[in-house]
Ligand binder design. Sequence first.
Ligand code: GTP
Length: 367
Amino acid sequence: MAIEDTSVHSKRTIPVYLFAGFLGSGKTTLLSQVIDYYKAAGVKAAVIMNELGEVNLDGQLVDEDVPMAEMLSGCICCTIRGDLSLEVKQLIEEHQPDVVLIESTGAANPLEIIDAVTETAIYARIDLHKVVTVVDGPELLARSRRGGRTYKLMQDQIRCATDLIINKADLINPEELVEIQQLVRELNAYAPLTVTIRCVTDMALFDLSQQAELKQAQTVHEQGHHSCGTNCSHEEQNHLHNSEHDHRHGHDCGHDQHDHPHDAADHSNAAHHHSHEHVMTLTHYLGGPVDSHAFEAVIAALPQEIYRAKGIVTFADTNSRFLFQYAYRETEFTRITPQGDVNDVVVFIGEHFAKDELEQKLLQLEQ
Ligand SMILES: Nc1nc2c(ncn2[C@@H]2O[C@H](COP(=O)(O)OP(=O)(O)OP(=O)(O)O)[C@@H](O)[C@H]2O)c(=O)[nH]1
């Protein structure tokens, strides 16, 4: 893989890859593979992980020697958006990475993050290279049949991608796959599309020698040849370099279609209606080891409003610690030895669920 001049003080621009996609779609699964790929190629990657909850559990899956900034308890597309520039700048100054990988929360509005990332270019010499959206195939299909705000958010994430991955192909039959591909193509006809199981894909997508690609795509857009995909980042980059510019979301991407002018300073939370305001989280620290059967029973009984949960738990009956993952009724436990001082904690993400009820059940586990 060809890399540009990597001397610390060179005026090189650091490429940024943004990983988008709804909660539980497979972003971290992809990120881990990309990190391994860069490691094998001798490329220094730095990672920014954003979690809605108070703890970064996905970070446990990233090697300790990979420079990483955690942005917790908020979303970089809105509530903690202002911190992103600082984090990117610090990460670059401290570690001089060859590439920065940003994993957004699954509930993030892609256009807002693209905007935030490109704003960062004011403070650090970066270039948003690609927006890779991981689509949860079965979940997209299910949501397309019932509509709603989450489906709209998933659509936005697909529209704004420069590259698309339809993941979880193991959970769909061939007819469903055709339907999913059609759905995705109707939303974004241009981004290269790959179908994967566990995000196993050709890593050429992350080859840094292809850095010019996004810019080329933007030029194509400038010439009026396509309507979305890289359009989003393109518009935002123009926006970034001209804060006086009266920027209108005349296209379909992004947040709740409040087609209003705004400049770089006009990003207060109050001024925006985000498409994931309906998403809520519960972070619960466990007081100690819990019984594995009782814990699994709580997870099995989760209401359908909770579509994602994750955590680190110690089971009294096995005396081991596990990273636990739950996405759309599928649960996985991976035995781990956590890095650093890590609490036993579980995070639940969903829409309008009864927090108190769930908290009571979790407290009972600790008795
Ligand atoms: N069956 C199946 N499960 C998968 C696949 N890819 C990932 N998973 C599982 O789906 C769950 C969520 O995967 P993650 O990579 O953590 O998803 P994410 O998008 O980072 O999730 P958030 O951090 O919540 O946004 C994990 O339990 C994965 O092991 C797949 O192709 N098929």
